[in-house]
Design a binder for this molecule. Structure first.
Ligand code: FUC
Length: 347
């Protein structure tokens, strides 16, 4: 196992953006940027033993500066939508930056995805830390965040979060990797997905939770048995059409609690499989319709149905739905969570 560091580019301010690459003994590797604590590459072997880069991204910092889709970024302080960009905590209403219509999306105008993080190599891991000031995008309390990426010899990338605050606040962070298990330029429609979730949180036409927790059974959101992503992606129920594809939070079954396998995706052609493990209660499945406007790695545009995201997190808009698991972090408490994306070859 080795960790190397190089300059990836410079911000308009002249500040250097650094790239950290962790490589294991078999040659699999993960690259991470201190800009947005971003997961930039993940090279893993396929059935022919070729190394395939299974996360979408850019070769230059310019791509990331123009990136409005959070490719590989660490998202915070609160992932996904907060309805009407406001919430109430301890009897006080907080107004947040509204950067998606009237909602606050992925932390506001300048979320953690657009910040330079402090980075440190520790053994086989890269630690990224960030201090988010009191009032950042409207959120109360100074939040201290550490995100730790580690690569195992078993081709598993672990992402750990350690978060604390000096005042009661809310937090719900995730990583926004876009996966394509076949590599950079094909559709993911044939790739199969299984999610261990018997329920999902219903959304409205603006992709905001209605508050209902609904069984997946007899709906296109039934991924309890593996099925190709393309099978039900064009249906007109559960706002799959208005969302442009899947953009839904699944309520994970978590039979044992703790960090456990919650989803598996497979590319039947190349054979790359990915198991997702987490202790989080939910996972947002997002399948963007069309990235052909986006020039990705290799200087070529991405296309139609280019990837899927499995963003492990608490449920969207939890503060405005008190029956959802709480995202409140109290002063002095430490929130700790882990998600692992483990890659293997299916014979
Ligand atoms: C996902 C989705 C959102 C949004 C964003 C870029 O998290 O849930 O709808 O489009 O990605």
């Amino acid at each position: 196992m080795s960790v190397s560091v190089s300059e990836f580019g410079r911000l308009p301010s002249g500040e250097a953006v650094l790239r950290y690459t962790i490589t294991n003994a078999s040659g699999a590797s993960a690259s991470l940027l201190n800009y947005g604590a971003t997961w930039q590459t993940m090279f893993v072997p396929n059935r022919k033993d070729e190394l395939v880069d299974v996360v979408l991204g850019y070769d230059t910092i310019d791509g990331y500066l123009k990136n409005t889709m959070y490719l590989g970024a660490t998202v915070g302080r609160v992932a996904n939508r907060i309805k009407n960009a406001r919430f109430t905590l301890n009897g006080t209403e907080y107004k947040l930056a509204a950067n998606l219509g009237t909602s606050c999306l992925h932390g506001g105008n300048v979320g953690y995805d657009k910040k330079i993080w402090q980075a440190q190599i520790d053994g086989d891991s890269v630690f990224f830390s960030l201090t988010s000031p009191d009032g950042d995008e409207g959120f109360p309390g100074e939040l201290s965040v550490v995100v730790i990426y580690s690569l195992g010899e078993d081709n598993a990338l672990s992402i750990r979060y350690l978060i604390n605050t000096d005042q009661d606040t809310i937090q719900n962070m995730t990583n926004h990797a876009y996966f394509n298990l076949a590599g950079q330029r094909s559709t993911v429609l044939e790739q199969t997905l299984q999610i261990d979730a018997d329920q999902f949180t219903r959304i409205d036409e603006l992709t905001i939770p209605t508050g209902e927790i609904v069984p997946v059974r007899n709906t296109p959101l039934d991924f309890t048995k593996a099925k190709p992503l393309g099978r039900d992606i064009n249906v007109t129920v559960e706002h799959i059409d208005t969302a442009g594809g899947f953009d839904h939070n699944f309520v994970l079954n978590h039979p044992k609690g703790g960090v456990e396998r919650v989803a598996t995706a497979v590319d039947p052609i190349g054979g790359v499989a990915m198991d997702v493990y987490t202790d989080q209660p939910g996972v947002q499945l997002f399948t963007p319709p069309d990235f052909s406007y986006m020039i990705g790695k290799g200087g070529e545009p991405y296309g139609i149905r280019p990837a899927f995201c499995l963003e492990t997190q608490h449920f969207a808009d939890a503060m405005n739905n008190p029956h959802f698991p709480s995202i409140v972090l109290r002063a002095g408490e430490v929130f700790s969570s882990e998600t692992i994306y483990r890659f293997r070859v299916e014979k």
